[in-house]
Design a protein. Structure first.
Length: 87
């Protein structure tokens, strides 16, 4: 399944998340700090949503949120059964 999430409070404009059940297979950020978002996507591939969410939630950047924090928020919404935009 592939979903899209519109973050707020960070530089990224969109986060695409590909999942196989509760495992993240791919994450792609549109916008944000290119090196950091590419690294983040590679690090979370193959990880469980709950694990990634717990590790990344609450990380600040230039404000109260960040690209990792927004990814965690998107994953929490999916874990709670909320629907994001499906691609």
């Amino acid at each position: 399944m592939e979903v899209s999430f519109k973050p707020s409070g960070c530089c990224a404009q969109n986060i695409k998340i590909e999942l196989d059940d509760d495992t993240i297979t791919r994450v792609e950020f549109k916008g944000g700090c290119r090196g950091n978002t590419l690294a983040l996507g590679r690090l979370v591939a193959g990880q469980k949503m709950e694990t990634v969410s717990a590790l990344l939630r609450g990380i600040p950047c230039r404000g109260k949120s960040s690209c990792p924090d927004q990814l965690a928020l998107a994953l929490e919404k999916l874990i709670d059964g909320e629907s994001l935009v499906t691609e």
